[in-house]
Design a protein around this ligand. Structure first.
Ligand code: AVJ
Ligand code: FE
Length: 438
């Protein structure tokens, strides 16, 4: 319908936008202006670029494309178009200074809240189920994760603080190493989820043979054994592209790890500490994940296998929205939303367990899968080609499940992320799989 949503939908939209903004402020507030303008890594934008880009996309999609309003500052649009300027180049642009960027995003948000209260939002298709608002809440949260990645790259005193995740349950040591996911067709993707993005659509049936999957993501302790066994020096475990990259980049351990006096240490948000063995490994590239799996005599799961393990309910034959069912994530289900600044110990979150018994499929670390980022059968680019379609092909690998840095609004059993196989500044981990019957 062309009318605005029910009170419940309007309320949900307002809460999602508000939560994203609180997080954005928490990521841009505690650093001083020079630190906001500085480029902490050529892989990332200055934080002040992300901030104004968040506002610019909100203005473009909600005020202009949905609401039909006139542009507020059309002259700044090209500065914040991600396709016009690669990240490395962004610090050289005449960006809005921090104060002006803050004023701009605040002004956009005020007008968006006015539009949200209107009886009609505007463009019909973008209004459906509040999609445009949901897309923009997800967009801001995605850039919040990007800014958190920049914080992790940033060198200096810690400025972010969060409590540690809850201790894992007592049954952790008794968990089986792997779980079986039964063979047969299941429904992959979605046509029903109102705020699902174009690459998650449409729902379609995929036949997946039965397979075994790690109960939890691979831990630092397990990964240390791969290092100790010379895994980084043995081309047998690496694909050709992976080995070439391992050689040229001089990889010897996950990003942020250093070795001192026979001990592996790692830096996390400004804190250096011994590598915690019970935690899922994070900041590994696809190539490292692939090599570890081969060393184990195993492999990475395909994207369809991952989604079946996360969503398929063998009792009803239905695909769930999340491993635990159809209810939105609660704190006891998964480590999401930057509630903690680290993944929780492997085996945590028993209430978020999938029917197969696999844990932590949602939250903690993004999981590399073996599949390239490709469209589903029947894919339609919407509402803009530059979200997914321009990235489809063999250059990008898919990551699933979301990390501790992903807000629930941008995470579900169907959500797809992607990146180059060499990337590891992202909060990326993995779990392994093998063919086999029960
Ligand atoms: C889906 C995380 C790959 O950050 O490049 C943000 C999300 N797209 N603004 C990215 C996105 C446009 C995208 N990823
Ligand atoms: Fe963006």
């Amino acid at each position: 319908s062309s009318t605005a949503g029910s009170a419940g939908l309007t309320e949900r939209i307002a809460r999602s936008l508000e939560r994203a903004r609180t997080r954005t402020q928490g990521l841009t507030g505690p650093v001083d202006d020079p630190d906001l303008i500085r480029q902490h890594s050529p892989l990332m934008s200055p934080l002040v670029w992300d901030l104004a880009h968040i506002g610019n996309q909100e203005e473009l999609w909600l005020l202009r494309n949905l609401g039909g309003r006139e542009p507020m500052h059309p002259e700044i649009d090209p500065l914040y178009d991600a396709f016009e300027h690669p990240r490395a180049e962004r610090p050289t642009l005449p960006l809005l200074p921090p104060d002006e960027a803050r004023r701009y995003v605040h002004e956009v948000r005020g007008r968006v809240m006015d539009l949200l209260e209107q009886p009609r939002w505007g463009d019909e298709e973008l209004s459906q189920g509040g999609f445009a608002f949901g897309m923009i809440a997800q967009h801001e949260q995605q850039h919040d994760e990007t800014m958190l990645i920049t914080h992790q790259l940033r060198v200096g005193e810690p400025v972010l603080h969060r409590p540690a995740p809850p201790a894992p349950p007592a049954d952790v040591l008794a968990l089986p190493a792997e779980v079986f996911v039964p063979g047969g067709p299941f429904t992959m993707g979605t046509s029903a989820e109102a705020w699902a993005l174009d690459n998650e659509r449409p729902a379609h049936e995929v036949d997946v043979a039965g397979f075994w999957l790690d109960t939890t993501p691979v831990t630092n302790g397990e990964y240390l054994e791969f290092i100790a066994d010379g895994g980084y020096d043995d081309p047998r475990w690496w694909s050709q592209a992976g080995w070439e990259h391992r050689q040229s980049a001089g990889l010897i351990a996950p990003l942020y790890w250093t070795r001192e006096a026979e001990q592996w240490l790692r830096r996390r948000f400004g804190v250096v500490e011994p590598v915690p063995t019970a935690e899922p490994v994070v900041h590994v590239s696809y190539y490292e994940a692939e090599a570890y799996a081969a060393w184990q005599g195993r492999r990475l799961p395909t994207e369809a296998e991952w989604e079946k393990a996360a969503r398929y309910d063998p009792i009803s034959g239905r695909s769930r929205r999340y491993p635990w069912g159809d209810d939105d994530p609660l704190p006891q289900h998964a480590n999401l939303g930057q509630a903690h600044l680290q993944p929780a110990a492997a085996g945590s979150y028993p209430e978020g367990e999938a029917p197969s018994g696999a844990r932590q499929l949602i939250g903690d670390v993004w999981e590399w899968v073996s599949s390239d980022f490709l469209p589903y059968p029947g894919f339609v680019a919407w509402p803009y080609r530059e979200y997914s379609e321009v990235f489809f092909g063999p250059d990008y690998k898919v990551l699933r499940g979301g990390s501790f840095a992903v807000d629930p609004v941008a995470c579900r059993g169907t959500f797809r992320n992607w990146d180059y196989p060499i990337r590891r500044q992202i909060f990326s981990g993995f779990r392994t799989a093998r063919d086999g019957v029960l």
